[in-house]
Design a binder for this molecule. Structure first.
Ligand code: AHR
Length: 514
């Protein structure tokens, strides 16, 4: 019997199944040589509103909230489950007003300061360098210290490095020992100022590049023997001139990372409610979040011109959604609720970072507790985790995994004549051999049929987890803290080298294959 017509018919059927699918995700065959740096999954805790004080730190004398050396136990437990790789501190804008020596030594003797950027509140400096670095040890996370360049001194930052990192005998390491810590913490990640174009000093890129060179020089020695990973304050969103100037003017020997800040915001003058948003506001937030893809590509292209070997990392050390504060709360505290819209921002943004892992090697969601797109909210002794938290927890499988390059053909999400892709995805292979594919459908109304073409990759088992809710504007409240949580995903079926997925509206799924 001539089998050729049958084979031709079969292959036509297979390819037309692919064509019929609304969306196609293709895992490209190849070597998977790029690692998704776990530091893409970093967090950020600033002295801002109730992030540090009340959110993370309730003080050693607190009798109502269980704590370890003043740090809330519930927050520690929740953060540990995320495997947070690094934590940025003490700011943000606050960093360029912070004098670290105010936050060491006996707590009763520390001077009070006014937090000028964030609500003008007075704080007593009871959470300082030792408190933060010891907490990082407790969390098993790497600290990322942001140095004061705006209102500080070169010597002050050089002293901080010596205080936390120097093993031998020196004025600063002796002071550290006097304050109860013998061994240095060996902090690797250092930000040289923050938003130098704005709250960090309103500098021009040319001026900041020179200032950076000076600070970076005195933080270290000839060969950077301490292995400091110095990060230059980077561009605000699409300020490409900033990146171009810094790449041109800062010698590679002085810098390991160049930062970038971008928030998913509708309009800085009219940011809209965190929970009661219109369909148009939802679309605009998604559009601003998806803009990260273009930002990462364009800033990377500039970096490629000066650094073709990609030795300098693009560090997106502030990202997330930014809305009006919750009614009745201090406008300077940036406290906002977190709905499924935020889960969409998180899933989509992390897919973008994963897919650009060759250049994006570190990032920090803003912020950890009670501020902006928080993973944790607290109220007195109560704590809840947000939909964003769940996305970070589901995506932790990508940390330090090998990126699988993919192609995505997606349906569009359109509004008033504008459109962005409805589906985003990324894939990686973990150390244990499992492949993970994360999929996001930001369409608020329509489910998506997705065909995943596995190419030459062979798997026997498929499992999945899904995060969605009944309504887009749903959130976890203190009355119902576990309302939104991941569930087992049953909408994916594998046959031969294809997976057919039905992804509900506004949902995030992570598939595990082996
Ligand atoms: O994350 C809140 C603020 O946003 C940070 O302090 C600042 O760097 C940015 O403008």
């Amino acid at each position: 019997m001539n089998k050729k017509p049958l084979i031709a018919l079969l292959s036509l059927l297979i390819s037309s199944t692919t064509l019929w699918a609304q969306n196609l995700v293709k895992l490209l065959p190849g070597k998977d040589t790029i690692t998704i740096n776990k530091h893409i999954y970093g967090h950020f805790a600033e002295h801002l509103g109730r992030c540090i004080y009340d959110g993370i730190y309730v003080g050693e004398d607190n009798k109502t909230v269980p704590h370890t050396n003043g740090v809330r136990n519930d927050v520690i437990e929740a953060l540990k489950k995320l495997n947070i790789p690094n934590l940025r501190w003490p700011g943000g804008c606050f960093a360029d007003t912070y004098h670290w020596k105010d936050g060491i030594g006996p707590k009763g003797k520390r001077p009070s300061i006014v937090n000028t950027w964030w609500g003008g509140v007075t704080e007593n400096n009871s959470f300082g360098t030792h408190d933060f670095l010891n907490m990082c040890e407790l969390l098993g996370t790497e600290p990322y210290l942001a140095g004061n360049v705006g209102s500080g001194e070169v010597q002050e930052l050089a002293d901080w490095v010596q205080y936390v990192n120097f093993d031998g005998k020196s004025p600063m390491s002796d002071l550290r020992r006097e304050n109860g810590r013998d061994k240095p913490w060996k902090v690797k990640f250092w930000g040289v100022g923050n938003e130098a174009w704005g709250c960090g000093g309103n500098m021009t890129p040319e001026y900041y590049a020179d200032v950076y060179r000076k600070y970076a020089t005195f933080m270290s020695d000839w060969t950077n023997s301490g292995g400091l990973f110095r990060i230059a304050s980077g561009a605000n969103s699409d300020n490409y001139e900033w990146t171009e100037t810094l790449m041109k003017k800062i010698p590679k020997s002085l810098v390991k990372g160049l930062a970038l800040h971008h928030y998913a915001v509708i309009d800085w003058q009219k940011k809209g409610s965190a929970t009661m948003y219109t369909d148009e506001q939802y679309f605009k937030t998604m559009k601003s979040a998806w803009f990260m893809n273009e930002l990462v590509e364009k800033h990377s292209a500039i970096m490629d011109k000066y650094d073709p070997k990609k030795e300098i990392a693009l560090v997106v050390d502030e990202w997330g959604g930014w809305y009006e504060v919750e009614p009745g709360t201090n406008p300077g505290f940036l406290y906002q609720q977190n709905t499924m819209r935020d889960a969409m921002i998180a899933g989509m943004t992390l897919n973008i970072f994963n897919n650009h892992a060759e250049r994006v090697r570190m990032a920090n969601l803003a912020q950890t507790v009670n501020v902006l797109q928080a993973v944790i909210l607290t109220e007195g002794d109560k704590m809840l985790v947000t939909p964003t938290y769940h996305v970070l927890e589901m995506y932790k499988v990508h940390q330090d995994a090998r990126l699988v390059p993919i192609e995505v053909n997606s349906q569009k999400l359109s509004f008033n004549g504008e459109s962005i892709p409805a589906v985003s995805a990324s894939a990686s292979i973990a150390e244990d051999g499992n492949t993970h594919i994360s999929l996001v459908n930001i369409d608020p109304k329509n489910q998506q049929e997705i065909t995943i073409d596995l190419s030459d990759r062979k798997y026997k088992n498929l499992n999945g987890r899904l995060l969605t809710s009944k309504k887009l504007r749903d959130f976890n409240s203190f009355e119902n803290p576990g309302y939104i949580k991941p569930e087992i995903f049953k909408g994916a079926k594998m046959k031969n080298n294809q997976i057919s997925v039905t992804l509900p509206p506004f949902s995030v799924a992570v598939l595990a294959l082996n």
